[in-house]
Design a protein around this ligand. Structure first.
Ligand SMILES: Nc1ncnc2c1ncn2[C@@H]1O[C@H](COP(=O)(O)OP(=O)(O)OP(=O)(O)O)[C@@H](O)[C@H]1O
Length: 240
């Protein structure tokens, strides 16, 4: 098993607690491991802490106690100067998109590559292909200000994928799109996962989760529990 990439932990949570403003404890002892090639749906009621958990992995928040390791690094020990390097390996699709209004859709998707100083010749085709794939070939020169919520969401998804990250964190990536596009986005994430990318998708949409046959990390009462995939015929959330 030495150097077996499938055994590599990408994310490890060890008794992780998170309290906002010293008052409400959102996470109350989360323990889980995400390994190379894993796909997990992260489910739980609104306000359960799904976005907060993803933000801890991305080092956008710091846990109150416990240990968060990403790519083998203890984030509490990691110098701030090393954070950009870690984040480059993570593709994020957060609910608030964070697109730049003065750039076109193409430029927004290309931005992570530009920031890395990569020559446009080596990513231009990938950006065009990704935008076509998410159904936005005709909007390539449009700024976010003229795009719908669903279109912005798809630009954000393309931007998260362009650098071919080792880990994708997607927060409700199908929240603003119609069911056909939602299914297409999920199939793309599954395909990337099959190619080796670890993926966590936070979602309320149990209709989408059902039938995709992926394990579920259920967040309830501040704790995570791993569940088997929901079978096609079942529409309910997994029982505790
Ligand atoms: N920066 C913050 N400061 C204070 N409280 C916060 C902050 N971010 C989130 N919260 C609170 O933490 C709780 C969990 O929020 P979070 O967004 O992580 O839940 P969620 O499961 O992603 O919810 P949803 O499914 O509605 O998006 C909520 O009660 C929220 O109000």
């Amino acid at each position: 098993m030495v150097n077996d990439p499938t055994s590599q932990a990408i994310v490890t949570f060890d008794d992780v607690h998170l309290t906002y403003d010293g008052a409400r404890e959102v996470l109350r002892g989360c323990d889980f491991t995400l390994r190379h090639g894993d796909f997990r749906f992260l489910t739980g009621p609104s306000g359960a802490g799904k976005t907060s958990l993803l933000k801890l992995i991305y080092a956008a928040h710091r846990q109150s106690s416990g240990r968060v390791e990403v790519f083998g690094h203890d984030l509490a020990e990691m110098p701030t100067a090393d954070m950009p390097k870690l984040r480059r390996r993570i593709g994020v699709v957060f609910q608030e998109f964070r697109l730049l209004d003065h750039l076109t859709a193409f430029e927004n998707v290309a931005l992570p590559m530009r920031v890395l100083g990569i020559s446009p010749n080596s990513y231009r085709d990938d950006v065009v292909e990704l935008l076509s794939w998410v159904g936005l070939a005709h909007r390539i020169d449009a700024p976010p200000t003229v795009l719908s919520g669903g279109e912005k969401q798809r630009v954000a998804l393309a931007r998260a994928l362009v650098s071919k990250p080792d880990l994708i964190l997607a927060d409700e990536p199908t929240g603003n799109v119609d069911p056909v596009m939602g299914e297409k986005i999920m199939r793309l994430l599954l395909e990337l996962n099959r190619l080796g990318t670890a993926v966590i998708v936070a979602t309320h949409d149990l209709g989408l989760v059902r039938g995709l046959k992926q394990p579920i990390l259920r967040l309830k009462d501040g704790k995570t529990n791993l569940h088997a995939p929901i079978p096609d015929e079942a529409a309910k959330e997994p029982a505790e």
